[in-house]
Design a protein around this ligand. Structure first.
Ligand code: 4NP
Length: 160
């Protein structure tokens, strides 16, 4: 058991998938009364969108399901994140490869696919919705909501 767990969600741009995971999971944590014990953050492997708000399509899709992403700003992953965070959860295998490059060089927490926690998901990657239509963002929310439930169930056994 531990009194504090830090969770980092990682995608490519940190404007679509990982901010969605950030917003969905932090709300689940708050509703579970665990906001003092479970800290949540997100970042991207790339630097193109650093400092920007999430994509407006991601913000709108999340708002439609009651999640607020408006305070989030993109940042790029750093080697120190792998020391700071207990869980480094990536959206797809490209993210996994990219973060594993950092991990092999610097050590720390080994990244894993977020959907490993989504028992009900029919895939283990969250597809990149950036170049697609609105329905891609709905699919992202579905997968992320499901995996968030699985992750929270696991973390309830870890935090006190
Ligand atoms: P994300 O989506 O990794 O889910 O934030 C993307 C955002 C931006 C780009 C690619 C994916 N981009 O190429 O700029």
């Amino acid at each position: 058991m531990t009194d504090r767990v830090q969770v980092l969600f990682v995608c490519l741009g940190n404007i679509c998938r990982s901010p969605t995971a950030h917003g969905v999971f932090r709300q689940a944590v708050r509703q579970a009364g665990l906001a003092g014990q479970i800290k949540v953050d997100s970042c991207g492997t790339g630097d193109w969108h650093v400092g920007k708000s999430p994509d407006r399509r991601a913000v709108a899709a999340a708002r439609g399901r009651g999640f607020d992403l408006s305070d989030l700003r993109a940042r790029q992953i750093e080697a120190s994140d792998l020391r700071r965070f207990d869980y480094v959860l990536v959206m797809d295998r490209q993210n996994l490869d990219d973060v594993n490059v950092l991990w092999r060089e610097h050590g720390g927490t080994r990244p894993q696919l977020f959907l490993a926690y989504g028992d009900a998901c029919d895939t283990d990657e969250v597809p990149d919705p950036y170049y697609g239509g609105e329905q891609g963002f709905e699919r992202v929310l579905e997968l992320i909501t499901s995996a968030s439930e699985g992750l929270l169930a696991d973390l309830r056994r870890v935090v006190r």
